[in-house]
Design a protein around this ligand. Sequence first.
Ligand SMILES: [Zn+2]
Length: 431
Amino acid sequence: MKRRQRAAAGLAAACLLAVAMTCAAQMSNLSERYVKLVLAVGVHDADYVDAYYGPPEWRTQAAEQRRGLAELDADATAWLRELADELLSPGAGELERLRHRYLATQIESLRARIKMLRGERLTFDEESRALYDAVAPVHTEQEFQAVLRELDARLPGSGTLLERYQAFRDRFEIPKDRLDAVFAAAIEGCRARTLEHIALPPTESFTIEYVTGKTWSGYNWYQGNYKSLIQINTDLPIYIDRAIDLACHEGYPGHHVYNVLLEQHLVSERGWQEFTVYPLFSPQSLIAEGTANYGIKVAFPDAERRRFEREVLFPAAGLSTAGVDEYYDVMELVDKLSYAGNEAARRYRDGKIDSSAAAKWIETYALYAPERAAQRVRFIDQYGAYVINYNLGKDLVASYIERHAGADPERRWSEFAKLISSPRLPSGLKE
Ligand SMILES: [Zn+2]
């Protein structure tokens, strides 16, 4: 290479480097403003900020400033324009591209939440599309009735189907004084299986609390520094099958692991501050709930789950394993009714039925006991279209993972770990 060519090449490399540095600086500026926008919306909406572990003074500042919603919306619009102008650095990889699109969609969702907080009414489907980047399919009563008929045949005896199902299920309730022992064993089982496949920072841990008076059955409050607080609601009976569900969903490889991996790989290693805040009403929640629910199956494929429950959890709960196979068959059928909850929520939020009709719908088609149906309606009052994140989220994650990994359990783990360490969106799962 001649000297002049060499100099030109050197200059081009320097330019590329300069562009990359500007891009990084600009992205870090946008990232900081994203966090501050989410915190500012959180001042108007107590449920909005699910987790935050960035600088504490940013949160104090947001509370002190109490910026108006119109101003925040204008800010978010300007932010989106700047992101659109922001070119990806030369040599940007898949993760950077995902990050761009993720941030834009998260802020669009924040703008929709602002609209709702300003009193604009969205239909259930508009809300789920705007906040969660997905719309739940419509299911008819006839579809649920077909499942109910199957259950009816499986649970003979007198009384309504709901009463017979309840009586059958009561045999599998975890006694209150055994709850902690059962959860400890379930979490240990979930954690051991997860650690065989996903490397976690050695300092990760969580604490468990038993609470009452909540609209949900379990909650993970991520604290940062690889720590979580997991709360289990004991208002209503907890059945043996819920131990693995909750331990995997809230803990391993669910919410706790999801948050730990984002903190480790995106915040600590890359300095992507936007992940220090988690806006609850956002597309991130569909990924979080969907992976937390699908993670149960990744950690415990059916046969393994049954074996572990029979050998470890039933004894810990002091329950007899008589009729356990029948129990799983029944629960599998009941699981097919999960979309009935979305249908009730859609009708209720769209003003087609009132709260007692919504509760009745959930009792009839999702087979919830009356107190549990009432709790579910309170959940819908508090969280709206959020309900789709659990079942639609699980289905979208399942088809994404199974498309990429097939039935191979090892590959399922690796695709799962990749998914929960990267900024994915619900619409991106379909590609
Ligand atoms: Zn969850």
